[in-house]
Ligand binder design. Structure first.
Ligand SMILES: O=C(O)C1=C[C@@H](OP(=O)(O)O)[C@@H](O)[C@H](O)C1
Ligand SMILES: C=C(OP(=O)(O)O)C(=O)O
Length: 434
């Protein structure tokens, strides 16, 4: 039977994208970088281990602050063993960018999910810059030999990917000359903001069509910074949907990062009729932040504007859960990038939601969902068992779907949740207990 209302106040962990970049840029800067609010999930810890293996000193103090002593741009050391990227696409692609312009050789390995994901998208531009790769069909495990000096390029992104953009910009840090990335569709801009914050000479121009031209002048000198990491909107999204869909809920989620290149989920859920109020808007670490008061609302289906997709690319699994509870039809399009995440998030969510009793149709690039209008998902007979395919966002989304399901939802493996949100289950339990 459905769980009772969710009530109370929570604070989600630090933003994953900003946490990765804090470690990487701190490890390349001269002097000390101090980070508070770092996400201590497995993905970020993979980045930290790799940066240590390439010479940086990274420590956590007793009061929870992280202190990084960098090697200076150009100073990365050759790692003695393979860099284990675990489940993390961001670690892999951004670190490949860093290694590309250092005269070192590194081998990247990862788990079964990461080893299926395409790396050709970074191998292509980084090869043009002079790096050399050995891999089977552009997948992990792969070995790369960086170029010193690398050559600057002008690269037009063939897909909307902040990871590819960031890989080229990070390679540009130690490349003499101007490295240019042309971005026709805007994606999360944390790399640009943080590279500037650390002292890189980086410019962004936007033309009338919205195409962004980002230039970085190398070699750059980065200086250690003090960083406060805001809460992760991608993590907050699970609790926003939970509070909107479980009757009687009223939840305050504190300290949520609302960078416009990340906050698409809030816009879309409001278009669906969701009550999400921004309380105490402010700036944390150069990013807009607010506390979000979220109250149960009768959602209605919408056609999601494909232009908003990059600003909520990781939030579609949980948006599908919201759509399954809404009144009427929700149509999503332009989600082809979801097929190359930790799992094929279009097919895996279609299968999982169908098992939970939702009415879902899969298209080439999205899902069409006919919602229940708020009634609990009927499920099949008994508790359903969802296959999560080593994908944290599937596990957490289906846990939220289970809150409003007649027969409950069982997940085959909750361990991937620790990659991005180690205390997810504890926070959920605290809200259910009120
Ligand atoms: O740059 C980043 O920090 C990220 C970019 C996105 O990936 P893509 O660039 O592959 O879309 C996102 O899915 C990932 O969770 C984090
Ligand atoms: C896609 C994701 O991460 P990554 O690409 O870093 O594995 C995610 O966190 O949803």
């Amino acid at each position: 039977m459905p769980t009772g209302a969710l009530t109370g106040t929570i604070r989600v962990p630090g933003d994953k994208s900003i946490s990765h970049r804090s470690i990487m840029l701190g490890a390349l800067a001269l002097g000390e970088t101090r980070v508070t609010g770092l996400l201590e999930g497995e993905d970020v810890m993979s980045t930290a281990a790799a940066m240590r293996a390439m010479g940086a000193k990274i420590e956590k103090t007793d009061d929870g602050e992280w202190i990084i002593n960098g090697v200076g741009v150009g100073g990365l050391l050759q790692p003695e063993t393979a860099l284990d990227m675990g489940n993390s696409g961001t670690s892999t692609r951004l670190l490949m960018g860093l290694v590309a312009s250092h005269g070192i050789t590194a081998t990247f390995v990862g788990d079964a999910s990461l080893s299926k994901r395409p790396m050709g998208r970074v191998i292509d531009p980084l090869s043009t810059m002079g790096a050399d790769f050995t891999s089977t069909e552009g997948r992990l495990p792969l070995t790369m030999r960086g170029a010193s000096p690398a050559v600057p390029i002008t690269y037009r992104l063939p897909m909307a990917s902040a990871q590819v953009k960031s890989a080229v910009l990070l390679a540009g840090l130690n490349t003499p000359g101007i490295t240019t990335v042309i971005e026709p569709v805007p994606t999360r801009d944390h790399s640009e903001r943080m590279l500037r914050g650390f002292g890189a000479n980086l410019t962004v121009e936007v033309d009338e069509e919205g195409t962004r031209t980002i230039q970085i002048h190398g070699p750059a000198e980065l200086k250690g910074q003090t960083i406060v990491v805001p809460g992760d909107p991608s993590s907050a999204a699970f609790f926003i949907v939970a509070a909107l869909t479980v009757p009687g809920s009223d939840v305050l989620i504190e300290n949520v990062g609302l960078n416009p290149t990340r906050a698409g989920i809030v816009t879309v859920l409001r278009q669906m009729g969701g009550s999400i109020e921004e309380v105490n808007p402010r700036e944390v670490g150069g990013e807009p932040v607010a506390d979000l008061r979220v109250r149960h609302s009768q959602l209605h289906g919408i056609e999601v504007d494909p232009d908003i997709v990059p600003s909520m690319v990781d939030e579609f699994p949980v948006l599908f859960v919201a759509a399954a509870q809404a009144k009427g039809r929700t149509v999503t399009k332009g989600l082809e990038e979801l097929r190359v995440k930790e799992s094929d998030r279009i097919t895996v969510m279609r299968v999982a939601l169908e098992l939970a009793g939702a009415n879902v149709q899969e298209t080439e690039d999205g899902l069409i969902i006919e919602g229940t209008g708020g009634a609990p998902l009927p499920g099949t007979s008994g508790a359903i068992h969802v296959a999560t395919h080593l994908d944290h966002r599937i596990a957490m989304s289906m846990a939220i779907a289970g809150l409003n399901s007649m027969n409950g939802v069982a997940i085959d493996d909750t361990s991937p949740i620790a990659t991005s949100f180690p205390n997810f289950e504890a926070l959920l339990a605290s809200l259910v207990a009120g």
